[in-house]
Structures are given as structure tokens and as C-alpha cells.
Design a protein around this ligand. Structure first.
Ligand code: DQA
Length: 138
């Protein structure tokens, strides 16, 4: 059984109530429950933190044993050399995900410290971006 984890960064715990015009009105738990049900052949976990170092700790913890990581580092995508270095340091492939199309938004969202070391990037498809990333591991 493939072991995958979705790692979500800052403010993604507010999905459902945070700028619903950009991020939708579904909570992450509601979405996560539906994809867990849809892909019973995958051992799928979810971790969220608003703290940069905790995201790095989690990447290091799972990054040598899991089959795949689906990472939405949220705002840290655009700022964190540390998370970028962690993605480079681990062995498990990382697919970078964004709910919104970051390239159609402010210029500061066009830069990613994750992309150079990601296996691929899925963005702009709403929460479905996570599912498309998951399918890339099947
Ligand atoms: C985001 C895009 C980021 O620019 C933003 O800071 C987020 C969410 C997305 O999923 O669209 O918090 O990663």
C-alpha cells in the first residue's frame, strides 16, 4: 500500500472561511474525508502547521520512508529557503500544490523556493489540485 502525506502550511487550517472567493468554501477536513474514501488503496495522511520549523521537521520525518509528499507550503512557498532546502535534502518525491493560480496573482507569489526541487507542480484547480497531485503518485 502506498503511503502518501499531504502537508499544508500557514493559514490553510482556515480553509472554508478564509477568502472563499479564492480558496473555496469547503473545509480541508471535508475535502480530505472525500478523497480518503475515494482512494482506499492509498494510505493517506494529512499534517498542517502554521510554523515554518514544524513543516521542516515533518518533511524530515516522512522524507525517507513515505512514497510521496503533496506539499502546499502556502505563503512559505515564496519566502522559505529552509523549506526549499528540506525538499532538496529528503528522498521522497514532493509534488508542490497550490489551490489558486499563483501566477495570476501578485508578483511576490510567482517565486517558489519549492519548485526547483519538486517532482512537479499542480496549481490553480482549487482543492482538486491536491487530487491531481495524488493521482500523479498512482
Ligand atoms: C496558496 C497560494 C499562496 O500564495 C498563499 O500564500 C496561500 C495559499 C494556494 O494554495 O493557493 O496561503 O499556497
Amino acid at each position: 500500500m502506498k503511503k502518501l502525506i499531504i502537508i499544508n502550511g500557514p493559514n490553510l487550517n482556515l480553509l472554508g472561511k478564509r477568502e472563499p472567493n479564492v480558496y473555496g468554501s469547503l473545509t480541508f477536513t471535508e475535502f480530505f474525508d472525500t478523497i480518503k474514501e475515494k482512494y482506499p488503496e492509498i494510505q493517506l495522511e494529512h499534517y498542517q502547521s502554521n510554523v515554518e520549523g514544524e513543516l521542516i521537521d515533518k518533511l524530515q520525518e516522512v522524507g525517507f520512508s513515505y512514497d510521496g509528499i503533496i506539499l502546499n507550503a502556502a505563503a512559505y512557498t515564496h519566502t522559505s529557503v529552509g523549506i526549499g532546502d528540506a525538499v532538496k535534502a529528503i528522498e521522497t518525491p514532493v509534488v508542490e500544490v497550490h489551490i489558486s493560480n499563483t501566477f495570476s496573482r501578485e508578483k511576490f507569489r510567482h517565486k517558489s523556493f519549492i519548485s526547483p526541487n519538486a517532482r512537479g507542480v499542480v496549481l490553480g484547480f482549487g482543492l482538486q489540485s491536491y487530487e491531481l497531485a495524488l493521482q500523479s503518485f498512482i
